[in-house]
Ligand binder design. Structure first.
Ligand SMILES: Nc1nc2c(c(=O)[nH]1)N[C@H]1C(S)=C(S)[C@@H](COP(=O)(O)O)O[C@H]1N2
Ligand SMILES: [Mo]
Length: 406
């Protein structure tokens, strides 16, 4: 395993104490009487506050406003981390919750009726790892297919705020699989969420689940129970979620209830109907299931930001890539004619992002487009155009960020 991390393999005593406290009455008041996976009777699909200065809300989803990242540290604070829910955030009682593993890829082929089970406390007692990794929605930037490439696509019209970097702590999935009796025959694992069934156009797709190849599952995937030093909040997958570094956000299943481990390939709507490229140039069944995220960059500015004329401004931003650490970032303030290298600062995590900064003195009042272009670990720069696909996935082209100087 090769993770950017603090290096320890033991759960910290602090964590254990804090989380054991959570097992008692601390969580009790909010959770009492709810069975694992029981939907709440109350209000909206997302539980945390979504103040308009931090989020743009689209139904069951909410994206981070990039201006809310200005002045923040390396990590996205939990209060402004985007939420992508197919249905709604469930409230789960950890006292009755169990992680259930079953399937033909485990010794003795346990069934879902008689699975291998781990409690929340069992997981807290296993070797822990911490990683700083981004989770990003596959459709992040989808709005740009329409506004920048004049193509029509379906799905939530995210700008660029469907991404965040958090410090995730949990048990390597590899460890849990070994403990459950992983065999050499296993090819796919499929975690399944405890949120309600997803209904799409009247069709019940069942609970959110997506197969993950065993090779990735054993590489750097976490079963995370902490986000930014606190127990996972309900909206981000309490009690336990997958964190699949570098991969499409859908791989990082929240509210995991069970994991099928199979000796034959698995499928679900989330690797057949969705999360493949469809459209001209792709076979009717779509591309192969999507895996890594593409490279992207964003300015920590409002969309259509107003900048003051006659003074030099500092432009800040962040770039990230499913290919690993970003090498460098260039910025153009003249529509892409000339480019200057931005100064990167702080950490350049392989699983996270890099922060950068450049100064600009607008030549005069008017409308401008700011462009940022990152070059990934393979030496590939963000392209000018993203390949069209009907769902508007993986918009990795250079974004033309509109600003007004007045
Ligand atoms: N159980 C479950 N897991 C899920 C989802 C969901 O709706 N249900 N959404 C997925 C998608 S599409 C994304 S992009 C990420 C979003 O994680 P976040 O809400 O913590 O930002 O969770 C993934 N895991
Ligand atoms: Mo997503």
């Amino acid at each position: 395993m090769d993770l950017t991390e603090e290096g320890d393999c033991r759960p910290s005593r602090r964590t254990i104490l804090r989380m054991s406290a959570g097992l008692g009455l601390g969580l009790g008041s909010a959770m009492a009487g709810t069975a694992a996976g029981t939907a709440r009777a109350d209000d909206g699909p997302i539980l945390k506050p979504l103040p308009p200065e931090l989020f743009i809300v689209y139904g069951t989803n909410a994206e981070t406003r990039w201006e809310a990242m200005r002045g923040q540290g390396y990590l996205t604070p939990t209060d402004r981390f985007f939420v992508r829910n197919h249905t709604r955030t469930p409230l789960i009682d950890v006292r009755t919750w169990r992680l259930r593993l079953f399937g033909s890829g485990l010794h003795g082929s346990p069934t879902l009726d008689r699975p291998v089970e781990f409690s929340y406390e069992d997981l807290l007692g296993m070797p822990a790892r911490t990683i700083d990794a981004f989770i990003e929605c596959t459709g992040n930037g989808r709005n740009l297919y329409t506004t920048q490439q004049h193509q029509s696509v379906s799905g939530t019209p995210w700008l660029l705020g469907g991404v965040g970097v958090a410090r995730w702590r949990g048990v390597p999935l590899a460890h849990v699989l070994e403990r459950a009796g992983l065999t050499h025959r296993a090819v796919d694992v499929m975690p399944r969420g405890l949120d309600p069934d997803f209904i799409d156009g009247g069709r019940n797709m069942g609970r959110v689940r997506r197969p993950l190849p065993v090779a990735k599952a054993l590489d750097d995937v976490l079963l995370a129970y902490e986000m930014n030093g606190r127990p996972l909040p309900p909206d981000h997958g309490f009690p336990v979620r997958l964190v699949v570094p570098g991969w499409v956000g859908i791989a990082s299943i929240k509210w995991v209830g069970d994991i099928e481990v199979s000796a034959s390939p698995l499928s679900s709507p989330w690797n057949t109907t969705y999360y493949r490229m469809f459209g001209p140039g792709y076979p009717p069944e779509g591309s192969a299931p999507l895996t890594r995220q593409v490279t992207k960059s964003a300015f920590e500015l409002p969309w259509n930001a107003r900048l003051e004329a006659g003074r030099t401004v500092s432009l800040h931003g962040r770039s990230w890539s499913g290919e690993g650490a970003v090498r460098h970032v260039e910025v153009s303030t003249d529509g892409g004619r000339t480019w200057r290298r931005a100064a990167t600062h702080g950490r350049r995590g392989a699983l996270g992002w890099v922060r950068w900064e450049i100064t600009w003195r607008p030549p005069g009042p008017g409308s401008y487009e700011l462009l940022a272009r990152a070059t990934d670990a393979t030496g590939t720069a963000q392209p000018d155009v993203a390949p069209y696909n009907t769902f508007g996935y993986l918009f990795g082209a250079v974004v033309r960020h509109p600003v007004t100087v007045a």
